[in-house]
Write a protein that binds this ligand. Sequence first.
Ligand code: AMP
Ligand code: ZN
Length: 486
Amino acid sequence: MKQNLFVYNTLTRKKEEFKPLNAPHVGMYVCGPTVYSDVHMGNCRTYISFDLIFRYLQHLGYKVRYVRNVTDAGHLEGDADEGEDKITKKAKLEKLEPMEVVQQYTVGFREVMKTFNTLPPSIEPTATGHIIEQIEMVKGILDKGLAYEVDGSVYFDVEKYNNSQDYGVLSGRNLEDMLNNTRTLGGQDEKHGKLDFALWIKAKPEHLMKWPSPWSVGFPGWHLECSAMSHKYLGDQFDIHGGGLDLVPTHHTNEIAQNMACCGKNPARYWVHTNMLTVNGQKMSKSLGNSFLPHELFSGNNHILSKGYSPMMVRFFMLQAHYRSTLDFGNEAMEASEKGFKRLMNALSLLDGLKTNSSTEVEIQPLIDRCYEAMNDDFNSPVLIAELFEASRIINSVHDNKLKIDSKNLELLKNMMHTFVFDVLGLKDEQTENDDLPKIMDFIVDLRNEAKVNKDYATSDKIRNGLQQIGFQLKDGKEGTTWSKA
Ligand code: AMP
Ligand code: ZN
């Protein structure tokens, strides 16, 4: 392990040395998307930030079990216990089965995540796949006397819980404060207290997704799935729990209360929160109507943008801000970032052709140490990128014969650039990728031609159909076979 990693913990409001419960194993849970619409760039920022954290922990040698759920039931419109289920509403609107909505947006989410080169989590559990675990958790909380049933619905008793525990431990707010600043919402008359929240909700007849339980045919409260699934896959207590900062006051506060009530432990030792992507200083959100979809950004097809940006460029733009700072989305900032990204990729392309000298005028080890220092300081990617720009300057100077480097230092430099740019920041050189594609496609077309000459039509059809399935069209003409991407 390279030096010691420090992580900002929302729970203690300070940076703390990262000491996993069970090194080299690390358990990390991140709240996933509610799959009722396309993920916007704000959501993407949060998942790219946790991808950076996942990658760096793995780079340090930790064996990370990264659990990121998919919310496919239970998340109501108002983010509280009122309104319709977001997925059901969409399903009715589009005359689809709720599970068709779920499938469409889960697949879309995974595609977007892949485009941004984020690594898949170790487990992606769904709320609907864990109804039994959630019911068991409700029973556990009822057994402890910290929840009550009213007409088929079950609510968490916040004030009673707060008698022995600190309900506001994560947000740093006290109960009085919260009680005074919470408005009473409609549909809450069943609740004993203003802050109480639903663990199980009795379904109205028109509700589409519902399950039998000891209390009613209904569905779980939104906060419950994360408590139940993190507990199932990571145990009573694990290392990191993450999500966007907007989840602190309610969703994560309630998750802690549920796990404490049921299992006696705060589920995570380090609570890590990403800050918001903003547009003109305002949080990007679907309900405010200021959200950008990834494909609008790639194509430039949005009134705020003057042109499109490539996925890796967007990832780089995101990583140029620290995950705990807000990041404002705009043309100028994107353009400045694009220049930097090109500079970095250009330096990388020069690396292999650099000539070495018997002596060196530059030492790379201190630069490598500074890269680790940056990442060990709460995953400080902007400082890391500044060090990588310094490395790019060195590469350009050696390339222009203005600086001498020996083979040992060049080896260190190559290693450092590959490690931090590709493995840790998770960037890809889109240029070389595109350069390689025609060569690969020509090779496949040759293979197919060979099969046809040998009258092995089964193979030649398999190649054509297989390519078609992943979006490539082959066309046989007089001049031979040509290919195109749909
Ligand atoms: P949701 O699908 O609304 O539950 O959100 C999924 C994740 O995206 C949560 O962790 C949110 O905190 C996060 N998120 C939502 N809006 C933004 C934003 N504007 N910037 C960064 N993260 C966001
Ligand atoms: Zn959650």
